[in-house]
Design a protein around this ligand. Structure first.
Ligand code: SIN
Ligand code: CO
Length: 365
């Protein structure tokens, strides 16, 4: 993806801060999916899809699966299909065009098809998104920064914000990209029929991280570890009183214990966990092709320690020798590698990936 600023500038001045219009970020871009294929996916019961339209000033939303006649509605409607990268290798490979951001921050690719004049209304999202124009043209209006205090209009399951005075607007053509940070109001209106790819990111909740770090430490802390008073009793308290020093002493004890017992493993587990069971069981016996790559839905992350690599696959942890690093990086970059070579030189990694059903040998791109 070609950005109009350097990667360093993007990461320091734009990412999670302000929107960025990137004309012809993907020159000569050809939409990997057609409107008909997208409609086909929206007819499947296990694929998450929605249709949104406005009628007499009221917003409507209906969830899929849809029957053929649903696409004949007269009002300008938008069809949105979530996680299309799971089902379509061409769409899945779009993630490899993103600027160098941690792989574990990526969530999925939502694809929308909008009829002329359709849009999903003015709103803000909680996550970062790169909006890539696939076919047709779309006008994106960018509004103010919003948060939980911003008044929202709830209509048929949609959270909309009152029409805003757009601070800026851009007309996107195929291959153009608009980066929108969390909280920034936006509203896209199709100028003719249009397909838009939303390359969306995810972020773990701080509450989840806190809970998991604490749980991990609680498993290790001896029950005999008791609060020591240290210097906290040096200034006397009144009968029955809790002083600032008492609380500060307890906080210090907790923080010190958390730091001392923290291996950091909880982090890799949390960020690679999905919402439920991983949906790509791909038994090793089924891998017949010469080349393998990561299954598009595999959540994987790793960290290098002195003489070992911690690998996290769909929330599970394993350790592999350092010599697997090259293969690991290649796989995480979306590359295909020879199955025999992977199994031969990075045996433990290969086994762990097979056990997790994390590999595929089908290149449908
Ligand atoms: C769309 O593609 O119509 C909606 C994407 C968004 O606003 O996040
Ligand atoms: Co949005």
């Amino acid at each position: 993806m070609r950005l109009p600023v350097t990667t360093e500038q993007f990461l320091t001045e734009y990412w999670q801060q302000q929107h960025l219009f990137c004309p012809q970020a993907l020159p000569h871009f050809q939409s990997p999916i057609t409107a008909e294929e997208l409609a086909g996916l929206a007819m499947e019961s296990d694929i998450d899809s929605r249709m949104i339209w406005q009628d007499s000033g009221v917003w409507h939303q209906q969830t899929g699966p849809f029957a053929e006649h649903a696409f004949q509605g007269e009002m300008p409607w938008t069809l949105l299909v979530q996680g299309v990268d799971r089902y379509h290798p061409g769409v899945s490979s779009l993630r490899n065009t993103l600027p160098p951001l941690p792989r574990w921050r990526f969530d999925d690719v939502m694809v929308s098809f909008a009829k002329d004049h359709a849009g999903v209304g003015p709103h803000f999202d909680r996550y970062d998104v790169f909006l890539l124009q696939g076919t047709g043209r779309r006008e994106w209006r960018i509004g103010p920064y919003c948060d939980d205090e911003t008044p929202q209009l709830q209509e048929n399951g949609l959270n909309l914000i009152p029409p805003f005075e757009p601070a800026e607007s851009y007309v996107l053509e195929p291959g153009d990209v608009l980066y929108v940070p969390p909280g920034v109001a936006h509203w896209g209106l199709a100028l003719g029929e249009a397909i838009t790819y939303s390359l969306g990111f995810r972020a773990p909740s701080v509450g989840d991280l806190m809970g998991r770090r604490t749980d991990a430490a609680l498993e290790l802390i001896p029950t005999t570890s008791l609060l020591e008073d240290g210097a906290s009793l040096r200034s006397p308290s009144r009968p029955g009183e809790i002083t600032i020093e008492h609380i500060a002493n307890a906080r210090d004890a907790i923080n010190n214990a958390l730091d001392a017992l923290d291996s950091g493993q909880w982090f890799g587990e949390v960020i690679t966990e999905g919402d439920g069971e991983p949906d790509h069981p791909y038994p090793v016996a089924a891998l017949q092709g010469e080349q393998v790559s990561l299954h598009p839905t595999t959540r994987i992350a790793w960290r290098e320690r002195e003489d070992i690599i911690d690998v996290f696959i769909d929330g599970d942890h394993c350790e592999v020798p350092l010599n697997a690093l090259g293969h690991l990086i290649a796989l995480c970059s979306g590359e295909w590698i020879l199955r025999r070579e992977l199994a031969g030189t990075s045996e433990k990694l290969f086994e762990a990936l097979c056990e997790a059903g994390a590999l595929t040998d089908e290149d449908g791109a």
